[in-house]
Every structure is written in C-alpha cells, then in structure tokens.
Design a protein around this ligand. Structure first.
Ligand code: SAM
Ligand code: SF4
Length: 332
C-alpha cells in the first residue's frame, strides 16, 4: 500500500464521496427548491464507484465516508456498502461511514451494521417539528427521530451535525446539547459555508461559532480536548453530559494545515480542497480503460496539486458566495 503524500507533506488517507446529487430534502442553506439534477449517464455507476474507491484504498485511504445529496436515496447503495466490507475485512480500510439526513435510517440501520459501519453522522438542525419543516422544506422530523432510534438500537454510534443559523436555531443550541447528552450522541455545530446560489441572503444566516461558544461557556463547563480527526472540527468535552462537542468554523478559522482528505463527486470529479475550484476528472481515465493504470496515474497527479489552503468569503456587496458549487455536489 502506497501512501498518498501531498506537496505539503500531508498524508491523504480520507476520501469523502458524494454518491448522488439527489436528495429527499431541500434544506434552505444547501439547495434551492427547484434543483436541476444530473442525467444518469453523467453519474458513476455503483461498479465504477467500487473501482474508484478500491483504487483510493490501494493508495492508502483508510477512511471512506459516503455523503451526497442523500447517500441513502441512491438506488441499491447497500450493494455498494456490502461490497466495501471486503476492504474492512482485509484490514486495508479502517472506517466505513456516512453522513445522512436520517430519513431512511429506519430502513437501513441494521444493514449498515452488517456492512461494517460503526458510526454515522446525522444532520439535524432543530428538534421543533415546524422549524424542521421550514429548514428542510420537505423533511419530516418524526421520521428522522425514528431513524435515529433505529440506528441506536442497531448499535451505531451517532454524531449529530447541526448548522448554526442566526435567528433560527441559536436559541435551541442548549436544548440540542442536552438532548444529545441524554441520547448518548456527540454534537458538532457547523457554521454556514458560502457554497452555491440559494434563495435569500447568506449574511442573514451567518452565526459565528466563536459567539456561540462564548455564550454556551456561561452555562456549560466546556473543557478543551486534544481529539482531532484531521478535519475542520475542533472539540471540547461538555462535562455535564460527558459528550463531545465539535465546532466547524471554516470562515473564522484555518484548519488546512492538518487536512487529510479529498472529495469525490458522483460524476468522478475529485476536489482536492473544499474551498477551491481546482479539480481533477477521474471519470475519463476510469472509463477509458478496464485497467486501473490510467486512473491511478490521474489520482497521483491530482494529489500532487492539492493546495495548501482555502479562503471562504461571502462577498458583502454582491452577496455572492466564493464557491459557486452547491454543498450537495461535494457533500460537505
Ligand atoms: N444529505 C446528507 C446530510 O444532510 O447529512 C449528506 C450531505 S449534506 C450536503 C452534508 C452536510 O453539509 C450536512 O450536515 C449539511 O447540514 C451540511 N451543509 C449543507 N450545506 C451547507 C452550508 N451551506 N453550510 C454549512 N453546512 C452545510
Ligand atoms: Fe439534502 Fe443534506 Fe443538502 Fe439537506 S443538507 S438538502 S439533507 S443534501
């Protein structure tokens, strides 16, 4: 197994893969209501996804996270998950996981465990059914809560991801923290990131987590801990609940020095950095030959261009995001 080392000496061992651009929700910060989705022939087949992921695993990827769109609405995605289990069994892959909106978990939680999944991230911004409807447009809170219960019953460890939104769930963060503590879930708060055109003004949603943290610190004992995942989150322990609280602050913090990841879209485009437009097309070399030589060369070439860091900004005059692609393209 060869390690992928980028020009700045960082080992790339984490692949996030968006397996579909489609979703059964339309979260207001993520998608517009009338999204245009990709035609099927553009999207990698499950067999192609397998070839690609297997190539990355041969090259040293230890952690594979499925995302989207909503990964669990991709047809037959479980057959792909079952196929990935062979890499866990061989020891080449250490962690197979996904980020989901939770809508399909009642159906799939047990099968995910059968595939070797141990932990999942579930996105949930509010515990109020009306507000849930408002933020997801199409979602149903009860269905997600039932899915979470099924996940816990199946033995999955759950981390909740909550996007912090000004004048929306800022007053609920204490409740979320308590609820997560009660359920045994960790919680990660995410600042809104300026990605993709959506209805409304992003500056209205932006809630700096530095402010949230200061505020929470008045009521909770937050202890700095060393826990790192190589990603953007920084963690504290909430002493009262004994749960981890993560904060992802891409706009106020630089987390690039420890970046260990790359992101693949469902069309086989590899983004070496979430905050930059440079990308490599892996679908062409994948489809050009049955052997993986071209593909592996293209991966090496792409890792060789991984940039040092990023710079997210919402342009305060034009209100346009610095990144034109939607989060559902690269899956966060
Ligand atoms: N559908 C799945 C879900 O919602 O968990 C996976 C894909 S979703 C794009 C991955 C994560 O990105 C979710 O936690 C979501 O809340 C977050 N997200 C989407 N758009 C965002 C934005 N503009 N800023 C910050 N986080 C965003
Ligand atoms: Fe779908 Fe996830 Fe985007 Fe919400 S955040 S619209 S659930 S992809």
């Amino acid at each position: 197994m060869t390690d992928m080392i980028d020009p700045f000496g960082r080992a790339v061992n984490y692949l996030r893969i968006s397996v579909t651009d489609r979703c059964d929700f339309r979260c207001v910060y993520c998608m517009s209501e009338d999204m245009n989705f990709l035609p099927k022939k553009e999207v990698l087949s499950l067999e192609e996804l397998d070839r690609l992921c297997s190539a990355f695993i041969r090259k040293g990827v230890k952690q594979l996270r499925l995302t989207g769109g909503e990964p669990l609405v991709r047809r037959n995605i479980m057959s792909f998950m079952h196929a990935m289990r062979r890499h866990l069994d061989s020891g080449a892959l250490e962690d197979l996981t996904l980020t989901t909106n939770g809508s399909q978990l009642s159906r799939f939680a047990h099968e995910l465990v059968d595939c070797g999944v141990k932990r999942i991230n579930v996105s949930l911004d509010t515990l109020d059914p009306e507000k849930f409807k408002q933020v997801t447009r199409w979602g149903n809170l009860n269905k997600v809560l039932a899915g979470l219960k099924a996940a816990t019953n199946a033995g999955l460890h759950v981390k909740i991801n909550t996007v912090a939104l000004k004048n929306f769930n800022d007053i609920e963060i204490d409740d979320m923290l308590k609820w997560c503590g009660d359920q045994g879930y960790d919680l990660t708060l995410i600042e809104t990131m300026p990605m993709g055109e959506i209805a409304g003004d992003r500056n209205d949603q932006y809630l700096p987590l530095s402010q949230v943290r200061q505020d929470l610190g008045e009521r909770w004992t937050l202890t700095e801990i060393d826990y790192r995942t190589g990603g953007p989150a920084r963690y504290v322990r909430v002493e009262e609940t004994d749960a981890k609280l993560g904060m992802i602050t891409p706009m106020t913090h630089n987390f690039c020095e420890s970046c260990n990841r790359v992101r693949l879209t469902c069309t086989g485009t590899l983004y070496m950095c979430l905050g930059q437009d440079d990308a490599a097309d892996l679908r062409a070399p994948l489809r050009a030959s049955e052997s993986d030589v071209l593909l592996e060369n293209a991966i090496d070439e792409a890792i060789g261009r991984k940039p040092k860091g990023h710079d997210f900004i919402i342009d305060r005059d034009t209100k346009t995001p610095s990144q034109s692609r939607h989060m559902s393209v690269t899956g966060g």
